[in-house]
Design a protein around this ligand. Structure first.
Ligand SMILES: C[C@H](CCC(=O)NCCS(=O)(=O)O)[C@H]1CC[C@H]2[C@@H]3CC[C@@H]4C[C@H](O)CC[C@]4(C)[C@H]3C[C@H](O)[C@]12C
Length: 329
């Protein structure tokens, strides 16, 4: 499972949790403007906007999970099994393979509005990256500083949903999550209100009772509600340190501790568990990508503007995965 979110203080932030039971060799990857991106059906992108994000790089090709470009346009792919539908190549359309979608949109658009125009003629086609890497069933959250949308291609076509909440998880489709959210419209960060029997005094025996009923399980629908509640009630200072701290707390409200979501035994008899492999927070204004990993709670940052954005080579940074403990004595 995965969760993505946007967050605004003085600057604008975009990030996600990546939850899975195993990890590819993903790295923080900067794609400079002049590195040719080979496309399967469309013309190769020789020049494009630069971007930074988390990618699995295969033969020099960055398979982005999430990224932000130099204009702040940001995008994350989230699992959408059983619903995602990638169509056959269609004449007259812009045929983009699922693993090319982030590169195609972030490479050419500065805003969600520009992306919407590109998406109008787009067909997410069923070409696979390689036999070893078949297409992942995905939907995407896409945001700039002002606007957030969700992109879903199902059997009934390609749709862009306005996303006023600025969060996204997995199945089912986005409209379900919005319908489901209405069940929780009464929850609040304020103390509870006795609406049921105001004539009888009910003892508010604990703080936090205004939020009673917020789900805490790890299902996709529950994480959507929990992260929306946390984000909507978030109070943060406007500085960079306070903002990114608060952002990681928002994502932390739906992080997955190893053992709570079991997937059965692998061939060696080891219990497979889904857990939060990394959490990211990108400052969309400054092009700085921050992340933590399951075992490294220290925040690591990479600034895309400190690499050669006019170059032709990818700049990749291995994840710092081990816990960084500052011993006091
Ligand atoms: C698994 C992840 C979503 C996490 C998630 O949501 N897990 C919950 C499962 S569940 O929803 O609860 O069932 C997704 C998100 C982005 C994906 C990569 C995108 C590039 C590339 C595309 C290629 O075609 C195939 C390989 C490739 C590296 C992809 C691997 C994998 O698929 C990634 C990491």
């Amino acid at each position: 499972m995965c969760t993505a979110a946007t967050f605004h203080t003085k600057d604008h932030y975009f990030g996600r949790n990546l939850d899975l039971e195993f990890s590819y060799h993903e790295q923080v990857t900067v794609l400079p403007r002049n590195r040719t991106v080979p496309m399967r059906v469309m013309e190769d992108m020789k020049q494009h906007y630069a971007m930074i994000g988390m990618a699995f790089v295969v033969d020099g090709f960055p398979l982005y999970y999430d990224a932000t470009n130099e204009h702040g346009l940001s995008m994350a792919g989230l699992n959408f099994p059983g619903n995602a539908y990638y169509a056959p190549v269609c004449d007259g359309k812009d045929n983009v393979a699922s693993f090319e979608v982030i590169l195609w949109l972030l490479g050419q658009c500065r805003t969600v509005a520009e992306a919407r125009e590109k998406i109008e003629n787009m067909n997410i086609c069923d070409i696979v990256f390689s036999p070893e890497l078949p297409a992942s069933p995905l939907h995407w959250m896409l945001a700039d500083r002002e606007e957030c949308v969700v992109l879903e291609q199902t059997k009934s076509g390609l749709r862009v949903h306005e996303n006023p909440v600025g969060v996204m998880t997995n199945n089912p489709t986005f409209d379900y999550h919005m319908t489901h959210l209405a069940d929780y419209m009464n929850v609040s960060g304020d103390p509870g209100v006795n609406r049921m029997m105001p004539q009888t005094e009910l003892n508010q025996y604990s703080r936090g009772m205004g939020g009673f009923g917020i789900p805490g399980d790890l299902s996709s629908a529950s994480r959507f509600v929990k992260v929306a509640f946390t984000k909507m009630n978030s109070v943060s200072g406007s500085g960079e340190s306070e903002s990114i701290s608060q952002f990681f707390k928002i994502l932390g409200s739906v992080e997955q501790q190893r053992g709570c979501c079991r997937l059965g035994k692998d061939e060696n008899g080891n219990e497979q568990c889904e857990y939060t492999i990394y959490s990211s927070c990108c400052n969309m204004d400054k092009g700085i990508y921050y992340y933590t990993t399951y075992e490294n709670s220290q925040i690591t940052g990479v600034n895309m503007h400190h690499t050669d954005l006019d170059g032709t080579e990818l700049t990749v940074f291995d994840l710092v995965k081990g816990q960084q403990i500052r011993m006091e004595n």
